[in-house]
Each structure stands twice: as structure tokens, then as C-alpha cells.
Design a protein around this ligand. Sequence first.
Ligand code: SAM
Ligand code: SF4
Ligand code: FES
Length: 350
Amino acid sequence: MSDALHALIERLEGEHCLPREDYRALIEGQTEELAAYAAEKAVALRRRIYGDEVYVRGLIEISSICKNDCLYCGLRRSNGNCQRYRLSEEEILACAEEGYHLGFRTFVLQGGEDPAFSDEVVCRLVRALKAAHPDCAVTLSLGERGRESFARLREAGADRYLLRHETADDAHYARLHPAELTLKSRMEALKDLKELGYQVGCGFMVGSPYQTSAHLAADLKFIETFRPAMCGIGPFIPQKDTPFRDFPAGTLEQTCFLLSLIRLIHPPVLLPATTALGTIHPLGREKGILAGANVVMPNLSPVAVREKYALYDGKICTGEESAQCRGCLERRMASIGYRIVTGRGDVKNA
Ligand code: SAM
Ligand code: SF4
Ligand code: FES
């Protein structure tokens, strides 16, 4: 292992920040040994704050209808092969009810930017969820909605909002999205969410088309300054009906290394070992936890719609019932010495 890179990991562990060029050097100098060293430091930091606890979130995929056309995503509006569905309010509440009995205390409502989920509808949903389960947190992941809308949803009781920044580089953002979507507006949305008192999650795909080490260094710098409560990173995985069908998927090794670096940058961050990571490797989520992640998000959507929420090819857990995924993750975490806990799993102030 290079002594200089070794020293950068130690500096990151102590100071939680590095110059952008040093992030880049770490990314370019990644070796198995360097990654193992970073993971060891990341896991020690995470243990100090969260012990052996892994938080679970019940993911409810409420709609595969999207008005946007992000080039990487199977739900993009131009994809004529995507099977569209929209869950009713009753169906969503029933998923949460089942989840509550399975021990979930956080529900994540995620979907395409579907105009049917107006402020009125989502506010009603959030209020109904909170009324049924006052001890639960509600997380929304419904894309960009504008400050007024975010404010209304917050007032209705939403606790958290996940909105990945996707890439912190303007030109790269423009290669992943159509012209009407800009990094400027994404960053403003993230700032608005924070000001409105949400626990905010940003994040990006690892190995997305055209991504360079300089882009990833910019992502790390952004996380260092924005200090999100949550950070969702997972490998890019091609979807056969998108313009990016022929690009390679991101790797397990790079995703795990970045999970470790993010833990070192911002020790209390809630960091999921994502379904995408579990899709590119059978033990992806376990390896993510062992690199410094501390959250898993099993699927609570009705089995009948799961295949239709096809962001990328090969997505796991499309045939399993919610209880099966919950049990499966429980066993997977136990197999590596961690334990899933029943609770809201809020971010801790370290
Ligand atoms: N529509 C909302 C949004 O874009 O924030 C929420 C749903 S969107 C499908 C959630 C995340 O899926 C995106 O932020 C993106 O990073 C990820 N995603 C989309 N297509 C992907 C792909 N092909 N591979 C891996 N992740 C993907
Ligand atoms: Fe729609 Fe989100 Fe997919 Fe973009 S990433 S097309 S906003 S579902
Ligand atoms: Fe869904 Fe393992 S988590 S089957």
C-alpha cells in the first residue's frame, strides 16, 4: 500500500475533510489493501456511534409513472416498454400496516415524478400514515417538487426527504439528464429541504456513464460541505430500454470503497447498503455494511407491482413477499455479526 494514500485515510479519519485533489488521488489509487484499510477505519467509527445496530426502512414504490426523462432510469417517460402503475392511497396504507407488524418504524414513499401525487394527495397520505403510526418516521423520495410543495409536505408531518444529487459536476449532470433538468435546480431543492427542517439525503450512482475520478472527488467534497443526514449511493446498473443500455455497471469494489470514505467524511451519516449493491453481487449488501453502511431498505411494495418498478435490469426481491425480505435481511445481517433494530432510526449527533 502506498504510504501517502495510507496517510490520507488517517487524515480523513481524524479531520473528516481533505482537499479535492486528495479525494481524487484516493479514488485513483484504490487497491484491495487500501479499501480494506479504509473499511476498517470506517467500521470502527460507525461502531462508536451506532454499535452493531442496522436500521431498516420499509420501501414502498408508489408509482412507476414519471414525467422526467433521466437517461439512466427505466422509468423515464420515453420508455414505452415500462409497465406503468400507481398505488392507491389504500394500497399504500395497507403496505405500511403490514410493514408496521413486521417491525418497520420508517416508511419510505418513493416513486417517479407522477403528477397524480399532488400536494393534496401526498399530504393526506402523510397525515394518514402519521395518524395510524405516530411512532413512525415518514421519508419521501418523490423527486423535485419546489419549495412550497416541500413546505406543505413537511407541515403534514414528513420527516425526511431523499433526493440524490446524482453528480456534483454541472457538465456531467447535463450528460445524464435532459436539458430541462439542471444541477442548479437540484442543489436548490436540497438546500430548501434542509432549511425546511427535513433530515435530507443526497447521493449518487457509482460508475454512471461518463463519470470520472474528478467527478467522484466533487461528490465527496459536496457531501463534506452539505453534511446530509443520509446518503444513498449504489452502483449504476444499465436498463435495456434506456440510452445507457450498453454502458457497464458500476462495481462492488468502488461502491464499497466510497461507502467507507463517506463514513470517514461524515461519521453520523445514515448510509444504506442499497438494493442495487445487492443486485450486482449476491453478498453486496453484507459487503456494504462491512465497508461502513448502517441502513438496509427492504421492499414493502405489493409483489404484483414489483417487477414494474424497473429502474435497472436484474433488480432483486421482485418475487418475494415483504415478510420474506425482512427475514432474509435479518439473517444476512446476523451472518456478519450485526442486528436489525425496530425503531425510527434517526441520525445521531456525533
Ligand atoms: N424519482 C425520484 C428521484 O429521481 O429522485 C425517486 C425515484 S428514482 C428511481 C431513485 C434513484 O434511483 C435515483 O436517484 C437514481 O440515482 C436511481 N437510479 C435510477 N436509475 C438507475 C440505474 N439505472 N441504476 C442505478 N440506480 C438508478
Ligand atoms: Fe423519474 Fe426519478 Fe427515474 Fe428520473 S430517476 S426518470 S425522476 S423516476
Ligand atoms: Fe428480498 Fe433477500 S432481501 S429476498
